[in-house]
Design a binder for this molecule. Structure first.
Ligand code: ADP
Ligand code: MG
Length: 567
């Protein structure tokens, strides 16, 4: 084919592809315009996943009658004048691309009315061209209706997911914006059903109630106050999700996807969550406009920070501080507490969660690191027996203890491995017969990356050909069957998606987990006594390395109350 300059229609459709990927992108751009126009109320309607119809009605400034058509020209914007403005973008929109892009791939009906014009203006556009225009009485604000989305771009239509998926994306999007703007009243109806409805009273917690439900909203912990650089809510460690889909981040109230902010938030929970569990978070970070670049992506969902390190620390500390502060408030209503040990030792007001928090190296700003006090240790316990081949029943000076044998043993082995690792002296067993292990192609590709870490924990592994590897040495505390599983897990930790922030601790926890006695194993009194003695000597006896409680205490006073011996 000879080289030819593309026609404006083709150029417009190609460019539209970057901004308008799916119905939810249309909703996003229209909501952003409504917010930029100072609206206090935004109503969204979607039919058939937004493919049949999207309507966004706002009560913002409106567009004056002589500018409506202009708004649909490419690079027409009222928000940026010159290059200098790009350094300090305070509006959500700035590229002047959304309306022309949407118009290029749909049929648009817009009605708008400013306070200066005596009546409203309407415009109909088909394939990006104005086909009708006139005056029409309408309330102040703007109403945009999008129909036949992607009818003229069959590839786009083909790549859309099911109606329910596209619907879900729209409701997620509206949820995100309502969390970012609690002072705006949002309403979303999908196929006639109200999905989101926020009060618009400025209270973020009230929006949380709408989005996450009353139960969740009630226990969410406030981070900072509405004037702080980091403000929002995070879940207590007891409330988690198994996916990272409940983390919402806003930078200067722009909804962004950010690995950096995700890592900073999860780092604040280190030692508090089980592996594979993720918190819920809604956080806005206020950053001077000159310290960020928002013009990174056509859909404006990414930002670049001038100083990533500073932002990371800022967020990590703010969240950590909120978690620490919350844990110091004894609140009987916030049951169930994972452990009742907090009051087990006289004079100690600290909860189990605080024990873990204070032992973390990364302390919240202004918090003095506390030494591990002997009182955080276990009292001397007398073994009574085993329950369900899983729990050790013991008696202490202040009540009854149920100890999870696997979690407790994990904690003991974890501290042992970490200590050995710190001295570069991991106890190793040499195999008489090397253990053969098979790796998947994916694991083989990760093997080189993992090799160094495996070695430092006592694994000597060499390739033997055809996906097979030989394990010549392994940490002493692993049995043969455990070795294979532990190696697989450690190698998997090195995949791209996996979060490597936890690093060494995670590897030690894996080894401890596989080396630890399993639930369901019958233990002799002697074995149970040894387990509890080792646990008494542990630094952090109250939890397993993943943050799960290793024991539950039934205090003497609680037992008395429950049996009606005291009131
Ligand atoms: P951008 O938002 O990047 O400026 P758009 O194509 O989204 O570009 O919109 C073009 C212009 O149209 C905006 O700059 C704004 O002046 C005007 N506009 C669009 N939507 C609205 C609205 N809902 N209310 C008031 N003005 C609007
Ligand atoms: Mg815009």
């Amino acid at each position: 084919m000879p080289i030819e300059v593309l026609t404006p229609e083709v150029i417009a459709k190609i460019a539209a592809g970057e901004v308008v990927e799916r119905p939810a992108s249309v909703v996003k751009e229209l909501i952003e315009n409504a917010i930029d126009a100072g609206s206090k109320q935004i109503k969204i309607e979607a039919r058939h996943g937004g493919i049949k119809l999207i309507r966004v009605v706002d009560n913002g400034s409106g567009i004056s009658s002589d500018e409506v058509a202009l708004a649909f020209q490419r690079h027409a914007t009222s928000k940026v004048c010159g290059i200098a403005d790009l350094d300090s973008i305070s509006t959500l929109g700035f590229r002047g691309e959304a309306l022309p892009s949407i118009a290029a791939v749909s049929q648009v009906n817009i009605t708008t009315h400013t306070s200066k014009d005596s009546t409203g203006t309407y415009l109909v556009l088909q394939d990006g061209k104005v086909t009708e225009q006139g005056q029409k009485a309408s309330p102040q604000g703007t109403s945009v209706i999008i129909q036949n989305l992607f009818q003229n771009v069959p590839v786009r239509l083909k790549f859309l997911r099911s109606v329910s998926t596209e619907s879900a994306r729209i409701s997620d999007l509206v949820s995100q914006y309502s969390l970012a703007y609690p002072e705006i009243k949002f309403e979303l109806a999908a196929d006639g059903k109200t999905i989101v409805q926020t009060p618009g009273n400025g209270s973020l917690r009230d929006v949380l109630v709408e989005i996450y439900g009353l139960k969740t909203a009630e226990v969410m912990i406030e981070v900072g106050d509405s004037g702080s650089q980091v403000y929002g809510f995070v879940s207590p460690p007891s409330l988690t999700r198994s996916r990272r889909d409940s983390l919402s981040f806003f930078v200067n109230r722009r909804w962004v996807k950010s690995g950096l902010l995700t890592r900073a938030t999860e780092e604040a929970y280190s030692g508090l969550l089980m592996t594979g569990k993720h918190p819920i978070a809604v956080l806005n970070i206020s950053i001077p406009l000159s310290d960020i670049d928002v013009n990174v992506h056509p859909a404006k969902t990414e930002v670049r920070f001038r100083s990533e390190g500073e932002v990371f620390t800022l967020v990590q500390r703010a969240v950590r501080a909120a978690l620490v502060a919350e844990s110091s408030v004894p609140d009987a209503k916030r049951a169930p507490r994972p452990i009742g040990l907090s009051t087990a030792t006289a004079g100690s007001e600290r909860t189990a969660m605080q024990e873990r928090l204070f032992r973390e190296p990364s302390l919240a700003q202004g918090q003095q690191p506390r030494k591990v006090l002997p009182e955080s240790r276990l009292p001397i316990l007398r073994i009574i027996g085993q329950l369900a081949s899983t729990y050790v029943i013991a008696e202490g000076p202040d009540g009854m203890y149920l100890i999870d044998q696997h979690a407790a043993h994990e904690r003991i082995l974890f501290e042992k491995v970490m200590a050995q690792r710190a001295r570069s002296a991991v106890a190793v067993q040499g195999m008489l017969e090397p253990v053969t292990i098979e790796l998947s192609p994916r694991q083989e590709s990760l093997f080189n990356k993992a090799q160094e870490a495996l070695k430092s924990y006592g694994f000597a592994i060499e390739p033997f050909g055809d996906k097979t590897y030989l394990v010549r040495t392994a940490p002493a505390l692993l049995g043969e069957g455990d070795i294979i599983r532990a190696v697989h897990e450690i190698i998997d930790m090195f995949s791209e998606e996996a979060d490597r922030a936890k690093g060494d601790e995670e590897i030690a926890a894996t080894i401890a987990c596989h080396g630890a006695v399993r639930a369901g194993k019958v233990l002799t009194m002697e074995e149970m006594a040894q387990l509890v003695r080792d646990l008494e000597n542990a630094e952090s006896p109250l939890t397993c390395p993943h943050g799960r409680p290793s024991m539950i205490r039934f205090s003497s006073s609680q037992l008395e109350r429950d049996f009606g011996r005291s009131s």
